[in-house]
Ligand binder design. Structure first.
Ligand code: DQA
Length: 189
């Protein structure tokens, strides 16, 4: 907050009577905090993404989850935004986080979620419902091109509820998703 100086005001009370008053900074009415300009994004990773770096490197590369989170933090900072990164192997935990993100989004405190739901993408009606029910914008993100892999990866329950989808760009996909989410949030004002 900018330091406030004492404010002097003068007010005519009637003919020839001028009341002068000095408002000291600690007596001044508090002006509201400036509007939030730093957009916040939640980066969520689902099951088995904690194994990045050692898990099927031919498919997912050699970067670890910590590398992905550092990449997201830097990408957000370059774009004047902030990320919070979380990972869970548990569907219910991910659902709780999506619901809480919906509350934060409605309060104007969160732009949305960059979400790699891992294998839950292909199985979880419950995550689909959580995204729809919470109303939080989600950019579904997959490191690999799921459409070029086994048929069971071609369908996603998340995609119909997502605001956007990024697949097949390796871990750069997280940066593309952050960029897309911020563009959408800024366009929406
Ligand atoms: C993944 C693709 C999913 O099919 C798989 O189950 C994952 C990772 C990806 O990032 O490419 O766990 O979401």
């Amino acid at each position: 907050m900018v330091a406030q100086r004492a404010r002097v005001s003068a007010e005519w009370l009637g003919e020839g009577v001028l009341r002068r008053s000095v408002l000291l900074p600690d007596r001044m009415p508090k002006s509201p905090d400036p509007p939030m300009t730093t957009l916040k994004i939640l980066v969520l990773n689902g099951p088995n993404l904690n194994l990045l770096g050692t898990r099927e490197p031919a498919v997912y590369g050699h970067a670890t989850l910590a590398d992905v989170e550092a990449l997201c933090t830097a990408a957000a900072a370059e774009r004047g935004a902030e990320v919070e990164c979380r990972q869970s192997n548990h569907e219910g935990v991910l659902i709780d986080w999506v619901q809480a993100a919906g509350v934060q989004h409605r309060a104007g405190q969160l732009a949305g979620i960059v979400f790699n739901p891992g294998a839950y993408s292909h199985t979880s009606v419950a995550l689909h419902d959580a995204i729809k029910g919470s109303g939080v914008p989600v950019i579904e993100t997959h490191i690999s091109n799921v459409h070029a892999r086994e048929p069971f990866r071609h369908h996603s329950y998340i995609s119909p509820a997502a605001a956007g989808i990024v697949v097949g760009f390796g871990i750069d996909g997280y940066v593309l998703a952050i960029d897309g989410l911020l563009r959408k949030a800024r366009a929406a004002g």
